[in-house]
Design a protein around this ligand. Structure first.
Ligand code: ATP
Ligand code: MG
Length: 388
């Protein structure tokens, strides 16, 4: 800009001189020049030598704001020809903060979440519900096992950091191993699985909050070596909490699978949970109604233990809320073998595939797993002769 203008003593200071002065100002916390940190928003120099400097703070309400203002004012005031200094503060955008974080890591971007890449062929499903205990984890592990049995490459992230139950339901007490800087997940029934429970001693409860949870999930998705998956299922904790938001940020293309029971109350909360998708612009792939009826042991009737129609109601509500058709993908009856399978670590779809619950879950799995994807992920029915 004004840098080519020959500097005449006692005249208006050049922008270059002011920026050089700003380069001597260190951020009080990061201890690096504010010019290197992208914190200088603007420099305006008036005819009379008054300088206006715009400064970005990394966060709003930065406790160091006064120190920064003082340091900037002092440095600029020392430039010959400056008659006055005004400092105006602004706050960095999310994007700017990310760039700063990358710069601070020496240009090394945080490891990418492979599933978030636009060319990723992996279908990512978040299994969510508003209310606890409706069978999210049971549905997740059974869908995963059914898809793996159908020949798909499947991974499960136990994102229920407080109530991790996936490893037990899949019957694995394997621990992840570290290779170089990647985490290798254990497998059970052909399903790769990772859970916070694998990193905590015994059954110690995890008391992390927002940022730590986000970091853990980021690691599960980016630092775990999943290989080329067809499907990744995330078992979410109940409700519409931090984790759901984190997932939406980390894998924006993840689709939501809502689990509910036929009960009205459960349906209402499931609808609320699904409505979060509207805010995060995620697709709701469908609704699964679980515990829908108990097959009568003495007749062919179904007993509506938890009422009926919850799945339909949730699907209708979500269709209305999102403006996109949300189908009921299936209904799973109450089945003692499903619970036993969960307790024993052998999903019912494998131990009892012909049971009503096993069949229902298999049918849902084929709707989710068998959807179109790019040629790269499709089995062409050809076995390569040479492996290289
Ligand atoms: N269709 C079913 N028939 C019989 N038992 C079931 C069925 N679905 C789930 N259960 C049982 O209900 C209990 C709760 O299921 P699960 O843990 O899968 O629910 P969840 O939604 O993941 O719960 P949380 O919110 O605590 O994570 C488990 O004991 C499970 O075995
Ligand atoms: Mg669960």
């Amino acid at each position: 800009m004004a840098t080519d203008t020959p500097a005449t003593p006692q005249t208006v200071p050049s922008e270059e001189a002011v920026r050089s002065a700003l380069a001597t100002v260190d951020d009080p916390e990061i201890h690096r020049p504010i010019t290197d940190l992208g914190m200088v928003k603007s420099v305006e120099i008036a005819e009379d030598g008054a300088v206006h400097v715009g400064v970005y703070l990394t966060v709003s309400g930065c406790p160091m704001r006064e120190t920064i203002v003082t340091r900037v004012s002092e440095a600029v005031r020392a430039v010959p020809g400056v008659t006055d200094v005004a400092v105006e503060l602004d706050v960095m955008s999310e994007e700017q903060r990310r760039e700063l974080a990358t710069a601070l890591r020496g240009g090394q971007a945080e490891r990418e979440v492979p599933f978030a890449r636009p060319d990723s062929l992996t279908r990512v499903y978040c299994v969510a519900s508003g209310k606890g205990g409706v069978g999210k984890s049971s549905v997740t592990v059974n869908l995963a096992a059914a898809m793996a049995a159908d020949g798909l490459k499947v991974g499960v992230v136990d994102a229920d950091i407080y109530g991790h139950s996936v490893p037990r339901m899949l019957g694995t007490d394997g621990r992840p191993t570290q290779v170089e800087n990647m985490i290798m997940p254990p497998s059970a029934h052909g399903v790769k699985v990772i859970s916070i429970g694998m990193f905590t001693p015994g059954n110690a409860p995890v008391v992390w909050r927002g940022p730590m949870l986000h970091r853990a999930l980021q690691q599960f998705l980016a630092d775990v070596y999943w290989g080329d998956l067809d499907v990744l299922l995330l078992d979410l904790p109940p409700g519409t909490g931090d984790i759901a938001i984190s997932v939406a940020q980390l894998v924006p293309n993840a689709e939501i699978l809502v689990v509910t029971t036929p009960q009205q109350a459960a349906a209402e909360v499931a609808e609320r949970a699904g409505a979060i998708a509207v805010q995060t612009h995620q697709k709701i792939v469908g609704v699964v109604e679980n515990m829908s009826g108990l097959p009568c042991p003495h007749c062919d009737e179904m007993l509506d233990v938890f009422g009926s129609g919850g799945g339909e109601r949730v699907a209708e509500g979500l269709t209305r809320a999102t403006g996109a058709e949300v189908p009921v993908l299936g209904t799973i009856p109450i089945d003692l073998r499903l619970r036993e399978g969960g307790d024993e670590g052998k999903p019912v779809v494998l131990s009892d595939p012909d049971s009503a619950a096993g069949k229902a879950i298999h049918s849902i799995a084929s709707k989710l797993g068998g959807r179109q994807r790019g040629l790269a992920g499709m089995s062409l029915g050809i076995t390569p002769r040479n492996k290289f």
